[in-house]
Design a protein around this ligand. Sequence first.
Ligand code: IMP
Length: 193
Amino acid sequence: MELIFATNNAHKLAEVQAVLGNRFTLRTPRSCGITEEIPEEQPTLEGNALQKARYIHERTGCDCFADDTGLEVEALDGAPGVHSARYATDGHDFAANNRLLLHNLEGVENRRARFRTVIALILNGEEHLFEGVVEGHIIDRETGDEGFGYDPLFVPEGGVRTFAQMSTEEKNAVSHRARAVRRLVEYLHNLKK
Ligand code: IMP
């Protein structure tokens, strides 16, 4: 089965392809001639995932899905949340976002946080939403070189290493995005039965 995944983030693509396995072929927007940045201007993860999936579907007519993820920090009332990509600056500056997060948590004891991913699938013109969550906490300095975004600061519940100290396989065993993707796969499999 072929699906367009509305992302040009190579890390995300690798993570999601690893969960999907080779029964699904993922295409990128770029490979369909969509080179501009896909708009995500909604106030919720659900809204953004749908906006991105609709953008691709309207231009290609193909089955597709999009994800949107937020890091929700308890002591910051759920921030950065839907603003995770542009927390510190207008661009996707991961290092600046991490610095701002550490700054805002200076002296704060409650480090509880979670990643939440929402996937919007458009299949045969119909829209479906899937969610994945991982609970954890924010440590006080960046640790590890793998992954992207807030990975060097986030330790999933029950573990001692950050996502940035894990291989793609290890991260996918527990991550928000992998959980949402597994729900998507389950749905697609049940359709075929
Ligand atoms: P997006 O809109 O789904 O790309 O996610 C928004 C922002 O959340 C990204 O720019 C990253 O900073 C962060 N993010 C999303 N997924 C992850 C992840 O798996 N690990 C760490 N940070 C992530």
